[in-house]
Ligand binder design. Structure first.
Ligand code: GDP
Length: 464
């Protein structure tokens, strides 16, 4: 009896699976961006606003959503995106920013929808699942490593490290390092740590091209041999030497870390949003912007139709049909400047499409704030009106700041050499660190945002 019961339940489970595959479409939405770009805040606010759609007037699928609810995700071995904890942090009496993305995670949001108009009365409600997959943009940049040998990657990484001031410590450590000696773990570890510290400093200084991505966000691989190597200048690599071992570990990194991520997660994504801290890069200056341009092209190249498939000789890679590039934290500037930010994003994406020779899916650029932490205020300064934003500072006080200005013509930022380099956002942007505002949500309303509804509409509106 027990066996019959189990068989029966097994059949039921298979039937459920088949039913789901046939009648309940699944949209897999990838959310990426470099560390601190705003992925965690974005997903938390997106989910809250999709559950309670009172602040989503521009989110207009062609169907009526009759219910939206969270469900267990289909991938049992992927960590669940910790939505409840993140939302609790943002909506606490003393609100805090949630903990940032450190690794991949996933969440399933399901919708019951009913077609509007005459169709609605004919067909019953349908269920559509939205699987949101959060993963670090740093990991995406690793796809480029698949096509590079250790020598090629080393040459590029060393050029970057020796020309950036953040690389001074590593360059010094490397000069004292003899790669032809017999492999010894303590020395290997020391050099790898010095290289990792450089990558972290370079990221903090606004550079985004810092591979291998897992050196920055190791997840459960922290301290393992695949993360214990560093780039080396061309030279001899006798058997058993440091150089030989580093090269072997680099290849292992590609095979054991990069490849599984692309095969198991990336290749299954339908829609993608790339979050970009464009304001941060612009404020950091022309070098950081130049670096961001190159990085966006590298990111977009990963989405070139079939590229992952070709590199990993992988069949069945899905085609990402829409990619949204969104400048985040737009609540740091007055709305009068939002069109400028959007124009800069549009120019960056155009440039990335050209550089990445990208002719695939629809791309779009936007400026958004997933969680609006400020209100606008115009103050009079030396007799002139100044467009400021006001919010709660880290010390718990309300204050208004003037972030500075963005150029009207994006080429001032994208081609500073031609236009004469200039610093933008050189007002008080540097010291603007807002805490999330205290929220009192009315029933049916999600947290306040800027254009999150339009972003959601572009990403999934047509799929519901
Ligand atoms: P992640 O590393 O991509 O997951 O980045 P997070 O989502 O953790 O965001 C990093 C930080 O950026 C947060 O702690 C906030 O300080 C800030 N941030 C993110 N989104 C917003 C936003 O919409 N508005 C404002 N003002 N700050 C934001």
């Amino acid at each position: 009896n027990d066996i019959a019961d189990r068989v029966f339940r097994g059949v039921e489970t298979v039937q459920d699976g088949v039913h789901e595959a046939l009648f309940e479409p699944v949209v897999r939405l990838g959310v990426t961006g470099l560390s601190r770009a705003g992925k965690t805040v974005f997903i938390t606010s997106l989910v809250a606003n999709l559950l309670d759609r009172g602040r989503m007037p521009q989110f207009g699928p062609g169907t009526a959503i009759t219910a939206a609810y969270l469900q267990p995700q289909p991938d049992d071995t992927v960590p669940r995106f910790d939505y409840e904890t993140h939302l609790a942090a943002l909506t606490a009496p003393a609100p805090q920013w949630p903990e940032s993305t450190r690794a991949i995670s996933e969440l399933r949001l399901s919708f019951k929808v009913r077609p509007t108009g005459i169709l609605g009365s004919l067909s019953g409600p349908r269920t559509v699942h939205l699987d949101i997959v959060d993963y670090p943009g740093e990991w995406l940049l690793d796809l480029g490593l698949m096509e590079k040998s250790f020598a090629e990657w080393s040459a590029e990484a060393l050029t970057a490290a020796t020309t950036r001031p953040e690389g001074a410590g590593f360059t010094e450590a490397l000069a004292a390092f003899d790669a032809t000696t017999k492999h010894a773990e303590p020395e290997a570890k020391k050099l790898a740590q010095s290289f990792t510290a450089y990558l972290q400093a370079a990221r903090a200084a606004g550079y985004s091209d810092c591979t291998p991505g897992r050196f920055l966000l190791p997840g459960e691989l922290d301290g393992s041999p695949v993360l214990t190597f560093a780039p080396l200048p061309a030279g001899e690599a006798p058997r058993g030497s440091m150089a030989r071992e580093f090269e072997r570990r680099y290849e292992a990194y590609k095979r054991e870390v990069v490849k599984p991520f692309f095969r198991d997660h990336f290749a299954k994504i339908d829609r993608q949003i790339v979050l970009v801290d464009a304001l941060g890069a612009i404020h950091s200056g022309p070098k950081a912007v130049e670096d961001l341009r190159r990085t966006l092209a590298d990111i977009l190249a990963a989405f070139r139709p079939g590229r992952v498939g070709r590199i990993l000789s992988l069949l069945g890679q899905k085609r990402v049909s829409r990619i949204l590039f969104a400048a985040t934290k737009a609540d740091h500037i007055h709305h009068a400047q939002h069109p400028r930010l959007t124009a800069i994003m549009e120019a960056l994406v155009r440039d990335a499409r050209d550089r990445a020779d990208y002719a695939g899916a629809g791309t779009m650029a936007m400026s958004i704030a997933a969680l609006r932490a400020t209100v606008e205020e115009t103050v009079t300064h030396e007799g002139k009106p100044l467009d400021c934003v006001r919010g709660l500072t880290e010390s718990g006080k309300q204050a208004a700041f003037y972030p500075g200005e963005l150029p009207e013509d994006p080429s001032h930022i994208l081609a500073p050499a031609r236009q004469g380099a200039q610093n933008w956002l050189d007002g008080e942007y540097e010291i603007m660190r807002f805490q999330p505002a205290r929220l009192t949500l009315r029933p049916g309303e999600g947290p306040p945002h800027i254009r999150l509804d339009r972003a959601a509409d572009f990403l999934i509106g047509d799929k519901l």
